[in-house]
Structures are given as structure tokens and as C-alpha cells.
Design a protein around this ligand. Structure first.
Ligand code: ZN
Length: 235
């Protein structure tokens, strides 16, 4: 939990819900100290349907759906690296305490988070980010303040930049053409981090913009909206 604007009375916490979570009631226990006493409060939350689009059909080269042995190995090795350097690390700093999110690109959204996808008529998965229309070379901006956690070239995502916004929040920007930042750089909201391209598993050039919260993939636009509402209300 994080204090809101340095207050000792107002705290906020985001609870990410996995895409495949059951639609049911869940209990959350909040524990805090007040006058040296531990206080526990139970809160019931209702997991509701995201009403995502069904059956978005995607056709990509065969080798990028059914992976060869070496590509499978490469892909899982990549994931280990990203997990170690990005997803498993929860920064206790909060770089976005008073800063709202912006869109990473001034462009049209072509595919929303959560669309159920069918690749080459068989493999089923869901869309893990938000796609923006972008011809090769379109500028990409940091959606909020943070540190460049990792720049990497991945099998599916192509050239990707991971930004650590603190408090377990990461945004990342995939299928890029060129990086304008390197690992460890501090970035401010709106800074150019590079340009869009066609790298990775892709049907045409676009920006795939994604968001992880405590290592759970969440809708980047929904998270931005909720975070921005809190910033505007309390700061
Ligand atoms: Zn995408």
C-alpha cells in the first residue's frame, strides 16, 4: 500500500486480477498498525466479466505459432531473463505518485486488451496489450515517469522497452524499430524512448503497449484511467 500525497491517513493499493480468474467473490485482508495495535479488516471484492471481444483471427508465419525446439528454448530463456530483471522486482519507490499516465503514441487504437485470439486457426490466447496503428518510424513516448528496466529483442515481442514506474508497475512497448534509451536511464513522461517497427511476431507494423502490475498482465488503459482518477482527486 502507498500513501496518497504524503498523507498518514490515506492509502491506495491496486489489486491486479488475472485474465483467467474465476468470476466470483474473493476476500482481501487489509492489515495495518494504529497506535501500536494491529488492525485487520476483511474486504470482499467481486470479480466481474471484462466483456472482452471474442474470436479475433490473426494469421502469422507458421514458425511463430508452433515453435521449433530451439525457438522454444530461446523463448523460455528470454522469459527467465525478463522475469529476473523486470517482473520479479517490486520497487518500493513510487515514481508516479503525482503523475498521470499519457498515451504512448498519438495514434488510433486498432486492437484492445483482452480480445480472445485465434492464431492460424488453432492456437488460442488473448491479447495482452493495446495496439496502436503505427507505420515504421513513428515516435513512442514514455507513458509516465520511471526507469528503463530493460531493453531487449524478444521472439514474440521483438524489440521491447520495459519501464519501471515503481511500486510493482511496469509498462512495455513492443515491436520497436529503434531504441532511444538504454537500461538504467531515468525517463520522464512524454520522453521519446524510440520508434515503432515490425520486429517480433507481427502481421504488420504497430505498437503493442502493455502493462504489468505485481507480475500480472493488466489492461494498460484501464490501469491508467484508475490511477489518473486517484491522482486528480487527491493531489
Ligand atoms: Zn498487441
Amino acid at each position: 500500500m502507498f500513501t496518497i500525497g504524503g498523507s498518514t491517513k490515506k492509502y491506495e493499493v491496486f489489486l491486479p486480477v488475472n485474465y483467467h480468474a474465476k468470476l466470483q467473490k474473493e476476500n482481501v485482508q487489509v492489515k495495518y498498525k494504529l497506535d501500536n495495535k494491529i488492525i485487520k479488516k476483511n474486504i470482499s471484492i467481486n470479480i466481474i466479466d471484462g466483456n472482452y471481444k471474442k474470436n479475433e483471427i490473426i494469421n502469422v508465419p507458421k514458425g511463430k505459432v508452433t515453435l521449433s525446439k530451439s525457438n522454444k528454448k530461446k523463448s523460455s530463456k528470454e522469459y527467465s531473463k525478463v522475469f529476473k530483471k523486470v517482473y520479479s522486482l517490486i520497487d518500493t519507490k513510487n515514481y508516479i505518485n503525482k503523475s498521470t499516465f499519457i498515451m504512448p503514441m498519438n495514434s488510433k487504437i486498432t486492437s484492445a486488451f483482452g480480445n480472445a485470439r485465434i492464431y492460424n486457426k488453432k492456437t488460442k490466447s488473448y491479447h495482452t496489450g493495446t495496439d496502436f496503428r503505427a507505420k515504421v518510424g513513428t515516435l513512442i513516448y514514455a507513458a509516465n515517469d520511471g526507469i528503463i528496466a530493460l531493453t531487449m529483442n524478444r521472439f514474440y515481442l521483438g524489440k521491447v522497452v520495459y519501464i519501471n514506474h515503481g511500486r510493482g508497475v511496469y509498462t512495455y512497448y513492443s515491436h520497436m524499430n529503434k531504441f532511444d534509451v538504454k537500461d538504467g536511464d531515468m525517463v520522464k513522461k512524454g520522453d521519446k524512448i524510440g520508434t515503432s517497427g515490425v520486429s517480433g511476431r507481427i502481421t504488420g507494423p504497430h505498437l503493442h503497449y502493455a502493462n504489468r502490475l505485481y507480475n500480472v498482465t493488466v489492461d494498460p488503459l484501464q490501469f491508467a484511467k484508475l490511477h489518473n482518477e486517484i491522482v486528480k482527486k487527491y493531489h
